[in-house]
Write a protein that binds this ligand. Structure first.
Ligand code: SAH
Length: 380
């Protein structure tokens, strides 16, 4: 508790008041009765408590939620879209809130937040006057908290069918991304990769780019905007590729962006057999490890992918390779990429490191909040 980590597991607690219901606010006290912290209880979860404050005088009332939300929002510079609340890392365990223009989209993954949702929604409405507040709490993990999945409008206006979000480019201009908050991944798009897209694009002038696991084409739009000669987006999702095609057209970049609907693992073997090569390969797969038991298998999948991707990079070219599995640490990931390079018989040097964009901060006391890592590697 002294480390101010926001999670308390059942083993760390002697007893929980029998009257406490999931989501109730409760104090944690030492055996001598001393106040330690205050948080949200859920005896149905392995995480019995999600702590909100270590200050006995700080009550969890309407003003509390408003203060936390305003504190979080003050980190985010104005933009079309941003993660406004990054859960534990913003002192609001179990709450993600993304903003697209004047609409907020919430993702609730803890019983305590669910219980106080009305207060939180009121605080958002009062502090930020959004047009609408929508919910995408259809995430895995809700069941561990005893919560059903839910998605839909909470308050105000329905979000438009598609948002057009201008994302800042490496040269301080912008590209338009299309975001479907009802059906898209996460709350509609991968805001966490905005910074990486700019960093990759900075090397993309004149390049042939292969964008593996492209989703709606964020990396491709940035690379083509930066002058890439050609970009191939590869994804298994027809919906994602359809949005990517529309976005390429809206940005007048269609002539240099093409699309392949395929399983990446198969397609890169085909490309290898055909001897195709690229100046830049971006490899941004979905999360492979969601539990400790899956880390080994995930590590093998990351290595296979990176090995095959290395084989497609021309000498002097770049591989931008990512992992969004929190359980695969940056250290481990670097080792994986190293062994992939060795198996591919390539010498390569790290010329850049990627992390989630700054609107996804990491609380020092909660290193688990740092989930996205990547390496920009130059093949010699
Ligand atoms: N780079 C993207 C985000 C990628 S998310 C961005 O910047 O927005 C991961 C993507 O991988 C999803 O779009 C998903 O549809 C796709 N995907 C998952 N498994 C796949 C597979 N085996 N082959 C191809 N695409 C896959």
């Amino acid at each position: 508790m002294l480390g101010r980590h926001p999670w308390v597991f059942s083993g760390a607690i002697d007893s929980v008041g029998s009257e406490l219901e999931p989501g109730d606010i409760a104090d944690v006290v030492a055996s001598d009765g001393r106040f330690l912290a205050r948080g949200m209880v859920n005896t149905r979860s392995q995480i019995v408590l999600r702590l909100l404050t270590w200050d006995e005088a700080e009550l969890v009332d309407a003003a509390f939620w408003e203060n936390r939300l305003r504190r979080a929002a003050s980190l985010r510079p104005p933009s079309d879209a941003a993660r406004m609340v990054h859960a534990e890392s913003d002192g609001l365990p179990g709450l993600v809130a993304d903003r697209y223009h004047d609409h907020w989209v919430l993702q609730v993954s803890a019983a305590g937040i669910e219980r106080h949702k009305t207060d939180i929604v009121r605080a958002i409405a009062r502090s930020f006057s959004p047009r609408g507040i929508y919910e995408r709490s259809d995430v895995d993990g809700r069941d561990k908290e005893g919560l059903p999945k839910r998605a839909g409008l909470i308050e105000g206006e329905e979000p438009p069918e598609l948002f057009t979000v201008q994302e800042r480019t490496h040269d301080a201009r912008s590209v338009a991304l299309l975001v479907d908050v009802r059906n898209g991944h996460k709350t509609g798009t991968y805001l966490d990769q905005a910074e990486s897209r700019r960093a990759v694009a900075a090397r993309a002038n004149g390049a042939d780019v292969l964008n593996l696991f492209s989703y709606t084409g964020g990396f491709a739009l940035h690379a083509a905007h930066a002058g890439a000669k050609s970009v191939i987006n590869v994804d298994s999702s027809a919906e994602a590729l359809a949005l990517s095609e529309r976005a390429a057209a809206e940005n007048q970049l269609s002539s240099r962006i093409s699309h392949e609907r395929a399983n990446v693992f198969d397609l890169i073997r085909t490309y290898r057999d055909e001897g195709r090569t690229f100046d830049i390969v971006v490899c941004d797969p979905p999360k492979f490890a969601s539990g400790a038991a899956q880390v080994d298998k995930a590590a093998r999948a990351y290595k296979d992918l990176s090995r095959l991707a290395f084989g497609l990079v021309r000498p002097g070219g770049y591989l931008a390779t990512f992992s969004c599995s929190g359980l695969v640490t940056a250290d481990l990931f670097q080792k994986i990429v190293w062994s992939a390079s060795a198996e591919a018989r390539r010498d390569a040097q790290i010329v850049g490191r990627f992390a989630q964009s700054p609107d996804h901060p990491v609380l020092l006391a909660f290193p688990e909040g740092e989930y996205l890592k990547g390496l920009l590697v130059r093949v010699l």
